[in-house]
Design a protein around this ligand. Structure first.
Ligand code: GAR
Length: 201
């Protein structure tokens, strides 16, 4: 790999459509997905296998408790030596020891316009609240839940007659575009984080 190309590691727990979007956009950014890390058996693994991307499994079910899981996860992430660790539907809160080990190098995607509707189901929470606009956010990970500095956002309108499922689909589509765009910037530009403000030059 050329030295300037960024090493990207994706972490996922589920379907992996954001992971797939990043795979499909390869060639659009000077980086390479060098591994997929999962915490459970999931469809994202099949996507990695289809594209010859190495898979590292740190399975929660094989760990006696959270502490052991986090220790093993940290060890694997260190070994992978990524420039950026991209959470793409990785449904776990990273502990402070991992967040502090990779400052401004762990990125997450969340299906709402943060800081509104953080947590497990940002799409449903926004839908039930009755907001007219929601969307998706890519942000750096800090110690909180979906609280880190915001890198990029896309807006999605909730129209009359919208169902939760149609909204999920619209947000997913926007997420795929947004994550690719953010990864392009992370790989090719200088990122400056000043307090909560994230800018690319
Ligand atoms: C995405 O919508 C992502 O924003 C969400 O999980 C989904 C994963 O989809 N993540 C969170 O809610 C994190 N709090 P995917 O597996 O198809 O990429």
């Amino acid at each position: 790999m050329e030295k300037s190309r960024k090493r990207l590691v994706v972490l996922a727990s589920g379907e992996g459509t954001n992971f797939q979007a990043l795979i499909d956009a390869k060639g659009q950014y000077p980086g390479e997905i060098t591994a997929l890390v999962v915490d459970r058996e999931c469809n994202a693994v099949k996507r990695a296998e289809r594209h010859g991307i190495p898979v590292v499994k740190v399975l929660a079910k094989d760990c006696k408790d959270k502490r052991e899981f986090n220790t093993r996860l940290l060890q694997e992430l260190e070994k992978l030596r990524a420039d950026y660790y991209l959470l793409a539907g990785f449904m776990r809160i990273l502990p402070p020891e991992i967040v502090h080990r990779f400052p401004k190098r762990i990125v997450n995607i969340h299906p709402s316009l943060l800081p509104a509707f953080p947590g497990v189901d940002g799409v449903k929470d926004a839908y039930l609240y009755g907001v007219k606009y929601t969307g998706c956010t890519v942000h750096f990970v800090d110690e909180g839940v979906d609280t880190g500095p915001i890198i990029g956002q896309r807006v999605v309108e909730i129209v009359d007659g919208e169902t939760l499922e149609s909204l999920r689909e619209k947000i997913h589509q926007k997420e795929h575009q947004l994550y690719v765009e953010v990864v392009k910037n992370l790989c090719s530009k200088r990122v400056v984080v000043n307090g909560r403000k994230v800018e690319f030059f």
